[in-house]
Write a protein that binds this ligand. Sequence first.
Ligand SMILES: CC(C)(COP(=O)(O)OP(=O)(O)OC[C@H]1O[C@@H](n2cnc3c(N)ncnc32)[C@H](O)[C@@H]1OP(=O)(O)O)[C@@H](O)C(=O)NCCC(=O)NCCS
Length: 172
Amino acid sequence: MAHYNDRMQKQPPPGDGSTNVVTLRPVEDGDLPILYEHQRDPESVRMSAFPAREREPYMAHMAMIRANPSNMILTILFDGQVAGSMFSWEQDGHREVGYRVGREFWGRGIATRALAALLQEVTERPLFGYTAEHNIASMRVLQKCGFVRAGETKGVLNVGGELVTEVFFRLD
Ligand SMILES: CC(C)(COP(=O)(O)OP(=O)(O)OC[C@H]1O[C@@H](n2cnc3c(N)ncnc32)[C@H](O)[C@@H]1OP(=O)(O)O)[C@@H](O)C(=O)NCCC(=O)NCCS
């Protein structure tokens, strides 16, 4: 089976001096120390309501999901720098998307442009995105890419034991 990542052609940043360029490519080993730091940033953890992993479990988890050919496990590059990650995977019979941007890169339209780029390659529909109800930025990213709020789940436990409603968005 071809790896899903193969759909995402390696897109080197244009060598024409343009700036603010967002590209996606499969995660490489050298990205992992940076992506590890992104997922343990306390504000990022709070927003996503997803607990951070310690280094060893994080590296093991990444190795496992990168080896699964039905997953798309991508690095977001901003002007060639590792700025975040963009994932797509199958769960419960449907395909989902998820993303994280390093805090120093927030608010520059990077997640929105990265998700739009992913949607060019991942053509299955419907696609789903889940996000904590307090995560206004993530909901905006989904909405700006055409996703529509489609429901909510019973809630997930955030760090600190707070019960957070999770909402899901759908793109047809
Ligand atoms: C959510 C996240 C990916 C957004 O990344 P980003 O590159 O900053 O997003 P964009 O710059 O594309 O902004 C998208 C929209 O969110 C808004 N936004 C960004 N940060 C925001 C914040 N902290 N609060 C409210 N709105 C915010 C932007 O203004 C923009 O909306 P607008 O066009 O209506 O103004 C980033 O904050 C992040 O990685 N957070 C932690 C991990 C996470 O929550 N992942 C998603 C889990 S489902």
